[in-house]
Design a protein around this ligand. Sequence first.
Ligand code: SF4
Ligand code: FES
Length: 335
Amino acid sequence: MPKVTIDGHTIEVPEGTTILNAARMIGGEIVPPAMCYYSKLKTSGGYCRTCIVEVSKGSEKDPRPMPKPVASCRTTVMDGMEVKNLTSPALLEARAGVVEFLLINHPLDCPICDQAGECHLQDLGYEHGKAKTRYEFPRRTFEKIDIGNYIKLHMTRCILCYRCVKVAEQLTDGRVHGVINRGEVSEISTYIQNAIKNDFSGNMIDVCPVGALTDKTFRFKSRVWFTKPVDAHRDCKKCSGKVRLWEKGEEVLRVTARKDTYGEVVDWICNDCRFEKKKIGDWIIEGPAKIDRHSVISANHYESLNQLKLAVARQRNKGGKKPALGEGALNPNNI
Ligand code: SF4
Ligand code: FES
């Protein structure tokens, strides 16, 4: 089994494991962020570049470092490989650049966005201190689009991670949802408001890492941190029926799938459970949900976020001079 060392932690992993998954096997703060990779969706990953890492040693056979950052979700581990994530100031600088690019067209409308508090881009912007943009040109703007009865698309917030497209391809029958056009004018489309009439289409909301796909039954009802997440289940003929209820007082404001540490859905749920069962009596309550993520929704447990911010700040300071961005930034001589 190939052995890989990531930020000083060594692990043996099965042949064909990606660097990102090897890091997830180690766990903790060394795991790179991932905005487009989704372990439950085939062919996901490779679009957003947030998961980049520095490969400082290619393998035992060929120890040369890789000349530039690589997407850890798409790069497989080689025996003897050494990888730097938080231990490389140049890499952190490069990732901050990726975050800045993702924010070029993304509006900073967190105060009115339903995803605020559980948005991966918001977390990344916070971790890397990117509260401003240097971009001076007009941003892309779009009209909001209704995708069927339950989902509204804010294309201005979309980072084109393709996760919803993969859900449409892999979970729902018949593909009516994809990306049209190229480059700056790319947008996800339902081939002009062709509603997605499928029992599992609501899962697109859960996989969206930003607030581009919103639940029309929950929009503007509450900030997510004012709700109480509770795990519950029901006997459902279409899906596992295992969900998370987001309660405010006696009211169920929102029903979502349960998510793991990396914000990925544990079991896909059907639209009946998600949109139609909004009474507490519809559910068998299991108890308060444990949100195992460094976000505001982790119900006031910010320990891991603080650790991560500290680690990023430590590495930045250790780097001394700011490494040059662009080609050669990961040359060990620059670090
Ligand atoms: S709408 Fe969301 S899930 Fe779909 S491509 Fe855009 S950011 Fe990704
Ligand atoms: S998570 Fe790897 S490129 Fe997006």
